[in-house]
Ligand binder design. Structure first.
Ligand code: MN
Length: 508
């Protein structure tokens, strides 16, 4: 956490939209949001020791002398963690500071054996940057990044193991974290959720944090204040350690309402730290400003300032993967996708990879929009139902592409394609084989369809008479023809023939 007094909310970066304002009983209110995200650096070893960071180990089995803060221990910086932080800074289009300093942030807690956390205060490794977030309707806005600094995680106090005592697990003690501090640029819970979602996507693309919120690899402190539109910033409250994107949205909604109610009743907001209780759906006070910590930061005398070699920064920059925004722009221009579809695809690198494999596996000119639709509706639906991921999909990209082609060239209807897809998913067979063996080829032969229409009309003279009066009733005939052809008749041809026959018989 950045000391609460150090985050200066001085700038208004953009105006709120009407739909982002909250209606109070005395008028409109604007929410101002800034997030401090703690992201665990993906690294086998801790920030200043060689102990393992693997999740789920027996308590206190991954603790070095440094992590336990035994007398005389000396921290040694993990070069890989530094590179990961630089890589993240570059991915956030941020300024990399070639000179940064580790400070001691002093406080007492049973899970902090050093009595201080090694963090970066005045001189962080990464300065200002930007994250573009993707909102409903394909709209995007930029959220400013204030800074990114490296710090150690603390251990964990366990209070529910035995009734009369508490336990301490130091496995997390010393694990490397990046604290990523945004500017107060967000104006709604939707924007805050989109921000964390996008940040997590970027970290995963970079491979610098696994983004696993259930395991605590990513958690957010949410700063919330409200004001009348155009007025100066209100007093804010910080909601600590929210560990799911859904909870972030719920915590903001609750906290903004709470502050608005107090202000509308003539009260004032006390600056304080609060926690979110997901069961009750509410935020509660943890500590107020009066009891706020004075951490007495000072440079850690055990560690030299961190000086980066420009050649190392250049090497890391040259090896960055394609980032989500670039991938999105490329998918839109290469395959003619909408901003919305491209955003969905780049949310996970594996999803975008699958899509590109679909598009590259066949002849050029495959219908890219139809391919996205099949991926995001039928394929995702089946994967979710069966507990698969895109990486373990029983339908290969090549097979999905072939299915798309069979629809595009009229071999099967969209309706029949659903059955073919189900069969592909269950059996792993190729779509063309399923269509031939199961006799699912679409009937476009007008003679065969006409015969089916004639037979049904001859058997139902009363319906023919009714349909002549009310053309909307022609739909009944379409249904009957589709039924008699097991859904294989080309629906467009069926519609045309029925319309023509009804018109012709009206002229009689
Ligand atoms: Mn922190």
């Amino acid at each position: 956490m950045v000391d609460s007094m150090t985050v200066v909310y001085s700038m208004q970066h953009r105006d709120p939209r009407d739909e982002d304002l909250i209606k109070g009983t005395t008028g409109d209110w604007e929410i101002i949001l800034g997030l401090e995200v703690h992201a665990q650096i993906s690294s086998k070893a801790k920030l200043f020791s060689g102990a393992s960071t693997e999740f789920g180990a027996e308590p206190n089995t991954q603790v070095s002398l440094v992590d336990a803060a035994l007398p005389g221990m000396l921290p040694v910086i993990n070069r890989y963690c530094v590179e990961q932080a630089v890589k993240t800074g570059l991915g956030l289009r941020a300024k990399i500071n070639p000179y940064s300093v580790f400070d001691r942030k002093n406080y007492f807690y049973p899970d902090l054996p050093q009595g201080y956390q090694i963090s970066q205060f005045k001189s962080p490794i990464v300065g200002e940057g930007e994250v573009v977030i993707d909102l409903a309707g394909g709209r995007s806005i930029a959220v400013g990044i204030e800074r990114l600094h490296m710090e150690q995680d603390a251990g964990k106090s366990v209070h529910d193991l035995s009734p009369g005592s508490s336990h301490v697990d130091l496995n997390r003690s010393g694990v490397a974290l990046m604290e990523i501090v945004s500017k107060p640029d967000m104006r709604s819970s939707d924007e805050a959720r989109a921000y964390v979602t996008k940040l997590r996507t970027i970290l995963r693309y970079l491979g610098t944090c696994d983004g696993n919120m259930e395991e605590g690899s990513l958690r957010a402190d949410v700063n919330v204040s409200v004001r009348r539109p155009g007025e100066k910033l209100g007093t804010r409250c910080e909601i600590k350690n929210v560990n799911s994107i859904r909870f972030i949205g719920q915590a903001i909604e609750y906290e903004a309402r709470r502050q608005i109610e107090i202000l509308e009743e003539g009260g004032s907001i006390t600056q304080e730290t609060r926690l979110f209780d997901p069961k009750a759906g509410e935020t509660r006070s943890m500590r107020s400003k009066e009891e706020a910590h004075d951490y007495r930061y000072f440079p850690d005398p055990d560690l030299l300032p961190l000086v980066l070699d420009p050649a190392d920064i250049e090497r890391i920059a040259a090896n960055l993967p394609e980032l989500p925004d670039d991938k999105k722009a490329r998918l839109m221009s290469e395959y003619g996708l909408s901003a919305y579809d491209a955003t969905v695809l780049v949310g996970e690198a594996a999803t975008a990879d699958y899509y590109e494999a679909v598009m590259k596996s066949g002849k050029p000119g495959r219908d890219g929009k139809l391919a996205v639709n099949w991926m995001t509706s039928d394929l995702f639906g089946a994967l979710n139902r069966e507990g698969h991921t895109i990486e373990t999909s029983p339908v290969t990209p090549k097979q999905l592409g072939e299915l798309v082609d069979l629809i595009t060239d009229g071999t099967i209807s969209g309706r029949i394609a659903k059955d073919v897809f189900d069969s592909m998913y269950k059996t792993g067979r190729d779509p063309a084989e399923i269509v031939e063996k199961d006799g699912l080829r679409q009937v476009t032969d007008t003679g065969a369809i006409e015969a089916a229409v004639d037979a049904i009309m001859a058997a139902n003279p009363d319906k023919v008479a009714q349909a002549k009066e009310k053309p909307a009733l022609a739909g009944w005939f379409v249904g009957q023809v589709m039924k008699s052809t097991s859904g294989k008749a080309n629906p467009q041809v069926v519609n045309e023939i029925i319309a023509a026959k009804l018109a012709a018989s009206s002229d009689d």
